[in-house]
Design a binder for this molecule. Structure first.
Ligand SMILES: Cc1cc2nc3c(=O)[nH]c(=O)nc-3n(C[C@H](O)[C@H](O)[C@H](O)COP(=O)(O)O)c2cc1C
Ligand code: SF4
Length: 494
């Protein structure tokens, strides 16, 4: 599809004038618990792969957020940031006091770049171990644990019992995929096909069994560090493929009181929230991002999500941000040597809807979920603001969502990545200058490849030298030397 056709998918026939923009709900202030946002515009968390192996704020991390702040959104939520003090590749971390100084510098940069207008929150995440997929032979000969069940199934399949573990492994190595599917347990087969992944239901693992004891303290410590670093608030990451979302999941059948029923599944998320609240106090903004629909088979649907939303609101959360999908369970099989990525299957496609997603298309696709959560929360008598996201790229669209009461705050991730100045351009009556997102997910593919996330339109539409490098090559470039690390400059005076 040509670029022109893409832009016709959600046309903005007429951009608001400056006066019209000033009267829009989207640009009106809103109270979010103890803080006030200057507008209801919001940039949700996006991992840009700009940190280093130690998980520190680098210059590139600060540049990334300062660039977003120049467009003066009401709030920016910093990318998913690890609460444990463990190596996590180049993912930002907040699991120790040594991270506070760098984070404080980043918060200062955002405040300065937005003239103090933008509130800055940080998304706190915990995740369980996930390993790269190994070659079948390596898995069968080195990693597979042999138990009586496996021996019995193998004996039945091959007609003879294997005496030693080595014999079991040798015999397994001769089986084709179909035969292995019969002999291996469902879990081992999944590990063979997808790579090893821990689950919250792996109660045989002591650290997984102990999550209800360890996580409240880890989240509370991280939130206290966020407050010390000057963040306006924290967003507890209860969405997508990670630990807390897995507790909320309808697939969580932990028998220890932290799974099964809705009450059991929401128990740890509430305990984590209460521990955080107890540590940072009522005067600090604490909310959560969670899923309106997991999209996977036997997953949580909107009725559960609306019920969770009411529990979070009555517990005292300051905002609820609703997302969709992004699960490991339906992810595509990774190549040998790579790890599964939770945005490659149908649930992942719903999380960051592609322009060709089908059905009603990507625009505002996930808003019915925030609308349902908000309506349940209001019906229960709570005024907690609800953040909606998914395919937002026009001010009229955001305005309609707010007018209809489908969300209180309208977030835009990829459109803000494509043009970080777009909020300001609209407010200045210069919407015609907005560089609009194509929703073709070039940025998401970079995230998947663990490469610095950038937008295709930053480089494509600016003059290139014959070498293929941007003409203004003094701007910081990605490691491949061919992509700008920040959006091209734009000046409100220009
Ligand atoms: C590159 C990239 C990284 C993302 N990282 C996160 C993340 O760290 N935490 C999160 O909750 N969502 C993450 N998301 C999802 C977005 O916050 C957002 O929910 C999604 O892109 C849909 O909104 P949009 O249509 O406005 O892009 C990411 C999205 C992208 C494109
Ligand atoms: S790269 Fe991402 S942000 Fe840029 S146009 Fe494509 S989908 Fe939108």
């Amino acid at each position: 599809m040509t670029d022109k056709r893409l832009l016709r998918l959600l046309p903005v026939e007429r951009w608001p004038t400056r006066e019209e923009a000033a009267a829009m709900r989207w640009f009106a202030p809103i109270r979010v618990g103890p803080i006030e946002l200057a507008s209801r515009t919001w940039i949700p968390a996006m991992v840009p792969w700009r940190s280093n192996d130690e998980g520190f704020v680098t210059e590139a991390v600060s540049d990334w957020y300062a660039r977003f702040a120049e467009g003066r959104p009401g709030a920016i939520v910093l990318e998913a940031t690890g609460i444990r003090d463990v190596p996590s590749g180049p993912l930002l971390r907040i699991g120790h006091d040594r991270f506070v100084e760098g984070l404080r510098g980043l918060v200062d940069r955002v405040r300065e770049a937005s003239g103090g207008e933008t509130r800055v929150l940080i998304q706190l995440i915990d995740f369980l171990a996930i390993k790269r997929r190994v070659a079948a032979e390596k898995f069968l000969t080195r990693f597979l644990r042999i138990d009586d069940g496996l021996r019995a199934r193998l004996a039945e399949r091959t007609g003879a019992a294997a005496a030693t573990d080595d014999e079991v492994r040798a015999r397994l190595a001769t089986l084709d995929e179909d035969a292995l599917a019969e002999v291996l347990s469902a879990r081992d087969l999944e590990t063979l096909r997808m790579g090893y992944r821990e689950r919250v239901t792996d109660l045989e693992l002591p650290h997984v069994r102990a999550l209800p004891q360890t996580l409240p303290g880890l989240f509370a410590d991280a939130a206290a560090r966020a407050r010390e670093a000057g963040f306006d608030g924290v967003e507890l990451h209860y969405a997508h493929a990670y630990t807390m979302a897995s507790f909320l999941s309808a697939r969580n059948d932990r028998p220890d009181g932290y799974g099964g029923t809705r009450e059991g599944r929401v128990r740890l998320p509430l305990e984590v929230y209460r521990a955080v609240r107890a540590r940072v106090g009522d005067a600090y903004c604490v909310g959560a991002r969670f899923l309106g629909d997991e999209v996977i088979e036997d997953g949580t649907r909107i009725d559960d999500a609306a019920w969770f939303g009411v529990r979070f609101a009555e517990a005292g959360m300051d905002f609820l941000s609703v997302s969709k999908g992004g699960k490991f369970e339906d992810a595509k099989q990774p190549k040998v040597g790579q790890a599964a990525y939770p945005y490659t299957g149908p649930s992942g496609h719903e999380c960051m809807p592609h322009v060709k997603i089908g059905g009603a298309g990507p625009f505002g696709r996930n808003i019915p979920l925030s609308a349902a959560v908000r309506s349940a929360v209001r019906a229960a008598g709570h005024e907690t603001p609800v953040v909606g996201a998914g395919g937002i790229s026009s001010p009229w669209q955001a305005e309609q969502i707010l007018a209809a009461g489908h969300a209180d705050i309208v977030a835009a991730a990829r459109q803000s990545l494509c043009d970080p100045d777009w909020f300001l351009k609209i407010r200045l009556g210069r919407g015609a200058e907005v560089r609009r997102c194509f929703f073709t997910n070039y940025c998401e593919a970079l995230d998947q490849a663990h490469k610095e996330v950038t937008c295709q339109r930053w480089d494509r539409e600016f003059p290139e030298a014959p070498s293929g490098e941007p003409a203004d090559a003094d701007v910081p470039l990605a490691a491949d030397g061919r992509r700008r690390l920040v959006a091209p400059a734009w000046s409100p005076q220009g």
